[in-house]
Design a protein around this ligand. Sequence first.
Ligand SMILES: [Zn+2]
Length: 638
Amino acid sequence: MKQTVLALSIALGIASTGAFAQTAQPTAPRTAPPAAPLPLPSDPPATWNLATLYAGDAAWDAARQALLAQLPQLKALQGTLGASPATLLHALRALSAAQKEAARLDVYASLKSDQDTQVTANQARRQLSSALQNQLAEATAWEASEVAAIGPAKVDAFIAAEPGLAPHAYGLHTLLRLAGHTLSASEEALLAGAAEPLSQPQQIYELLANADLPWPTLTVHGKKVRLDQETYVALRDDADPKVREQVFHAFWPVFKAYQRTLGAIYVAHLRGVAFDARAHKFDSALQDALSQANTPDTVYRAMVAEANAGLPTLQRYLRLRGRLLGLKQQQYSDIYAALVKPPRSYTLGEAEQLTLQGVAPLGEDYVKTLAQHFQEGWMDAVPRQGKRSGAYMNPGAYDVHPFVLTSFNNNYESVSTVAHEWGHAMHSVFADAAQPFELANYGIFVAEIPSTTNEMLLSDYVIAHARTRNEKIYALAMQLELLRGTFFRQALFAEFELKTHEAVEQGRPLTGEDLSALYLELLRRYHGDAQGVMKIDELYGAEWEYIPHFYTDYYVYQYATSISAAAYFATGIEQGDTALRTRYLDMLKAGGSNDPYVIVKQAGVDMATPAPYRALVERMGRLVDQLDALTGGPGAAK
Ligand SMILES: [Zn+2]
């Protein structure tokens, strides 16, 4: 899950790394000190301490064997759920305990493997853990259909009669809600058999896109370079506009040449998804995807509508970029060009210090708790030979604490990643303390809100305390790119997905050429081609072929909704709205105790209304004003 998320964030153009699953000079002096000194050593622990999970590998294996030995007893619980409130409670407690231990075992196995992927024993342990998860899932696969057969009336009567069932009530109701879309056992078995062939379009796409496309060789700055997906990312922000154009004009024709085949592959995927949604009695693939977390589809449509309403602000930002880059006519190949070079580097200690200063608006308790956990061996921060790359937070060890992995390399992105991943970690700290195991684990729809809120608070702090004009410009540009990449770009993808799924669901023909035309229209509309903001060549209509996430349906919209909610919370909390801050912290404490849409709504942000999206667009507008004024634009004389 995590590897994929990281690889995807590059394709998606997201600045920071994904959920739970993101260059160095002498150190400059610290930024302006905070009001009160913070208790932080200059040398944070370099790696995590896994002994809090298990005393060692032998203890881990003993715990795994013990859990394996329990599987027959879990199987034997089948048929007991509906007998009485007491038997239901007994069974659910046993299932919970097994799931909790399995999750803890998996945290140890995956962290140990990530800290050194070259050790064979680590790989073997990871496979053992993965096999255990599958065996547990098999031994307990009867649960959902048995709860469905008991039915809502009897389940509710049991919950009323047995107070011990309270922590299980939300899970039971979710199973009952989804039961309406579960077919008979034989029908489900038939569909399960079709799942493998239906997943083939994605497999074929990955083979073609990652291995078989014929990449050209270029001469860039006098050096020969084989262009592929990796070198494209490395070269697309070159300081020379001619090089950027050269790279784009060599990269995109490769995808364009396979438009017909890649279109047939994607449409085959869409048809498979439509078939599965219909078979499970959903009106559409959108309804199917959103029903898992019970998110209303009005959220999706509100986000897309408000992204479109906010396009003048995106285009104002792009115009300003064009001026700062000194370009007469901006091209799509200029979209990744940096406005200024990174003005300074950071140590890990400074990253933690800055994060603490940035999140100060969240309150003393939050800051103190975070400062304390920074010192407790929860994070493996620095890249090493053999260590897994990227960044994530792993929340799986409920009775222990979350773990964080980053690849800290002294640049501003690394600092922002520390703030981001610890936003996830603190979410789990609050949720685990307030909720029983069954209700602690939160969904992706809410997960990216605290991480992005922390990134925004950090960025606002760095902007406000920049010591030089260059530092301020850099920090403004970084946040503006975060808003562009995580809101507008993901909204464009979301709009594309909706249109392509709907075309297939309505039985309209769809070819690779149609898909490129559709995508080109979106690119031009978002980036103001008709308004002369950015010129989009017809060639770039092929970009949809490059985005692997279109095979993970209706997922990326959550990046756009999360950053919008984060903009709403960060701005309000910075302005001193203490009631909003309390509701925000209550949202963290709510964990997974309700549907994520409801949890966010209870914090005062209804994601089906325009308010959060407008908060994001207004924030972007303010940052554009600041950058414009700072760089000699119309506001500069003030
Ligand atoms: Zn994240």
